[in-house]
Design a protein around this ligand. Structure first.
Ligand code: ATP
Length: 572
């Protein structure tokens, strides 16, 4: 971060920030607990929007409201444009607000941001828009905390490249904000859970589904003794919150036209479209909590008011394609990581769209019962998905706030994605109750190195010689097919479902017995063998596996409490 703004540790006041295309959030920590703070409008999810009226700048929810009356001077959905050339941006979401423009290849917006009636509109670069917006967030945070916020950890998607990161850093610096670190969104979400006082640090595979307004990002993360390694990621720009809004907008526009056959389609004029969108999003949010929601817009088209309702099942049926797209995204990234759903210990739902109950219940069907699905509708201990990123960022900020800027840079630069890790598990062979050889993992696969783990293995009851065999282990999925059952006639049921609106037509079709899938260890290559002679009666043998940063391995065995032992080294 050479040349970047840096503040002496003793002068810092730090916050965690998420800066999304749709919303942003601010968090800070008190007594090691992260809290998301509300801005002056009382919002914890602050729309990432700026709007100018008569030279006054509005941001957040107030700016969002201006999308209806003042769209041309309102800038929305711009975060992903930072650090990109005009020719590489996707302006799809900007059709109902200020349009991005090509100014010598850079992305800019032309807006009237001055008070004078006859002032020329200004051309404002996306970097400047980001700076103005971040300045407002910092202002709100400073007002709330009663002191000037100087520094932040900001979350970014895992596919933000160096240019995008540099642009974000520059925009923040220009807003007089020191960026202590940019951390990846899924790691922030995992941290928000793992830093809870009641959380147990355990080795686990976590899937983080970050479901926002314009993008869905999924990551598979290995968490080993509090170190996170991102194993695989996937990004999608089609199955998202905006797509769900669009489904409700179309649904209600059609109903409006059915009731008012001679009225103009509200989707054909900008104001009608903006009103539909605003209300559709509110209805969608209400459906995350209740079984029914209302939809009501004054003067939707041709001066005609419109009011209606929808129930959750109907909404879920209409949105099925989007939900299925999200399921596929999650399944694909697990495959990309070379894993199976059975390997996943935890699924964290993060982002606004993650409030949708159907998405969480679909995940419950994809994953085995042993996988924790952390979403408000499936787990009472779930943290608000809209707050995970900011909380994780705030926790990270409080952890590193005492370091000099250069040290933070050195110790954490892009570490999470590039850390070397073991690909196979390393363990020892033991015997199970039936006397069969089984694999006992010592260092799990995907452990960030260097790593050192110790286990105790049983010695014969009466003591004697113990042979320890160090092996690699890998898992495979054992499939047991159910006994075939006589077939029933299902035709009538299928027809019923086909034209019923209210039916949720993707319930788990019948109780059809599923094949049983379980994860079993397979003993792989033998790495080394060590014999410990004359272990005393009731004695225990301690086995240590140390994997060094260069992936060389040191294996040690000894009798607990005895002198000596056997040590061997394997090169990577
Ligand atoms: P992106 O960068 O992908 O645009 P973001 O990270 O800026 O997203 P989020 O706040 O995570 O923004 O997600 C915004 C989306 O979440 C919007 O589509 C919003 O309508 C939706 N959303 C917010 N709250 C809920 C809710 N309670 N139920 C369903 N959807 C919700």
């Amino acid at each position: 971060m050479s040349g970047a703004k840096s503040v002496a540790p003793e002068n810092r006041t730090v916050i965690g920030l998420t800066f999304g295309n749709s919303n942003s959030s601010i968090a800070y920590t008190v007594d090691d607990k992260a809290e998301v703070i509300a801005n002056e409008d009382g919002d914890r999810q602050i729309p990432t929007i700026l709007s100018y009226v008569d030279g006054d700048e509005y941001y957040g929810q107030q700016a969002k409201a201006f999308l209806i009356r003042n769209p041309n001077n309102t800038v929305a959905y711009f975060r992903d444009f930072l650090g990109k050339d005009f020719e590489h941006i996707d302006p799809t979401h900007n059709h109902a607000s200020a349009h991005p423009k090509d100014v010598d290849g850079a992305v800019s917006f032309t807006i009237k941001d001055k008070a004078e009636e006859d002032a020329e509109p200004s051309t404002v670069s996306v970097s400047e828009v980001a700076t103005r917006y971040l300045r407002r967030l910092v202002g709100s945070a400073s007002d709330y905390l009663g002191k000037k916020v100087t520094s932040a950890v900001i979350t970014v998607p895992t596919n933000f490249n160096d240019k995008q990161k540099a642009a974000l850093l520059a925009a923040a610096n220009a807003a007089d904000l020191e960026v202590l670190q940019l951390i990846s969104e899924p790691v922030a979400a995992a941290l928000a859970y793992d830093a809870r006082p009641e959380a147990q640090v355990e080795d686990k595979i976590v899937v983080v589904a970050e479901l926002g307004g314009t993008r869905s990002d999924v990551a598979v993360i290995a968490s080993r003794q509090g170190m996170y390694t991102v194993l695989a990621t996937a990004h999608d720009y089609e199955f998202n919150g905006v797509a769900l809004d669009k489904i409700l907008m179309d649904h209600f526009a059609k109903e409006f036209l059915k009731r008012n056959p001679s009225a103009k389609d509200p989707r054909e004029n900008a104001r009608g479209l903006a009103k539909l969108k605003f209300e559709a999003e509110a209805t969608k949010r209400a459906l995350s909590i209740g079984a029914n929601a209302s939809f009501s817009v004054e003067s939707l088209s041709d001066g005609i008011d419109f009011a209606s309702t929808i129930n959750r099942l109907r909404y879920e049926t209409l949105s099925r394609t989007v939900f299925e797209g999200i399921n596929r995204l999650v399944e694909s990234v697990i495959k990309k990581a070379g894993l199976d759903v059975l390997d996943v210990d935890e699924v964290i739902l993060s982002g606004g769209t993650a409030h949708t109950p159907r998405i969480a219940s679909n995940f419950s069907n994809i994953f085995p019962q042993t996988t924790r699905i952390l979403a408000p509708s499936t787990n009472p201990y779930a943290i608000n998905p809209s707050e995970l990123g900011a909380r994780g960022a705030a926790l990270q900020a409080s952890l590193i706030q005492d370091y000099e800027a250069d040290d933070i840079d050195q110790s954490t630069h892009a570490a999470v994605t590039t850390v070397a890790h073991t690909s196979n598990a390393i363990g020892v062979v033991s015997l199970n109750a039936a006397g069969e050889e089984i694999f006992v993992p010592v260092v799990p696969a995907e452990t960030a190195v260097p790593a050192k783990r110790t286990v105790h293995v049983a010695a014969p009851k009466d003591g004697g010689d113990v042979l320890v065999k160090f092996v690699e282990g890998n898992t495979h999925i054992k499939v047991t097919k159910p006994e075939p059952k006589p077939k029933e006639d299902k035709t009538a049921k299928v027809e019923d479902a086909a034209d019923s609106d209210e039916e949720s037509d993707f319930s788990d079709d019948d109780e059809e017995e599923e094949e049983k899938r379980e994860k079993v260890w397979k003993i792989g290559n033998t790495l080394a063998e060590a014999a410990i002679r004359n272990v005393k009666k009731g004695g225990k043998v301690e086995v240590t596996v140390q994997v060094n940063a260069d992936l060389s391995v040191i294996l040690t065995t000894r009798e607990v409490g005895a002198q000596g032992g056997v040590r061997g080294q394997l090169n990577a």
